[in-house]
Design a protein around this ligand. Sequence first.
Ligand code: RNT
Ligand code: ZN
Length: 417
Amino acid sequence: MNKENVIKAYELAKERYAAVGIDTDAALEKLQGLHLSLHCWQTDDVAGFEQAGDLTGGIQATGNFPGKARNIDEVRADILKAASFIPGRHRLNLHEIYGDFGGKFVDRDQVDASYFESWMQWAEENDFKLDFNSTSFSHSKSGNLTLSNPDKGIRDFWIEHTKRCRAIAEEMGRRQDSPCVMNLWIHDGSKDITVNRMLYRSLLKESLDTIFETEYTHMKDCLESKVFGIGLESYTVGSNDFYVAYCAQKQKLVTLDTGHFHPTESVADKVSSLLLFVPELMLHVSRPVRWDSDHVTIMNDDTLDLCKEIVRCGAMDRVNVGLDYFDGSINRIGAYVIGSRATQKCMLQALLEPLETLRRYEAEDKGFERLALLEEAKSLPWNAVWDMFCLRNDVPVGETFIPEIQKYEAEVTSKRN
Ligand code: RNT
Ligand code: ZN
């Protein structure tokens, strides 16, 4: 990509945006402050390093594109490779099953921060902040119910696991001098009609109350709902209503996974409502397609609307933006980069919106003018601003990352078996 042309195009775009009252340099600075939480599980289809077993718990990765990461070194190498094509500095979102267990089996109720020591060091060396997730799936005690299981033994096992995960997150947050956001998603649900909706939900509430007894200062808890899981289609214990109410009452963060709602439901619309009642949000930006909630994020209306709402609410500092998709059918590092850059592109467009003028039109009841500017804003030269962002961050501009990823595939990932 010709550097001079990128700069020239940016100067023109800057002028064009100034005409609608937008300072592109200010927008770029704000975009620089967006630190995506990259989901480590995109590197290996949510396999982790605990033991070789099937992915269970209502989630599934399809596709068998060769070259997925097989161990901790490969996961780390792939993350660094992906990050080298994503402008800006980012966070890494770890799942408990990605601990450094040194080849031995460490059960989930035995895990502690020592198994994440090497991750914390790695993160520091590579300028990543860590986020964390407890893991309820892919375990012999996962079944259909974990924290809401009527069997006290099983419930206590998962309570212990989750408590330990919070302690790990606290340690990560303390060490990195930035709160570690810990997400709790459990798959608990039922394939067919249940006559015990209240029982399981009251057990989940009780388990959560126990888990949250310890107050921490370096970590933040967030809770993720889901509309249904694969094989658990009729009932989800941790539904949207359940967690929205719980988080509002306990002042916890709500996680919005964009793949976890009814197809016509707007996730963007939830931002302003929730932020009036809960301290912050965590996002799992994804792309639902039919039954799958985890296709690679792209720059579509859903993601654009979501980013616009965050900016319109003035809430960039109250929304933690993470990604959550796993597509095993294409180059995984490429997928990582596509979704990350798409999310950033959407946020950039949100930051370039001529909001002041739009709001003035609205206040003056000028409906035509508002709609006209919204429409025209769609074709303002945001892409030139995006290219400049890539250039300034020293990452490939435009599609030039494609051959780079092909090269890594030829030299590294295709050699894995
Ligand atoms: C599953 C949830 C959850 C998982 C990760 C692996 O539907 O979205 O966030 O994707 O915890
Ligand atoms: Zn998710």
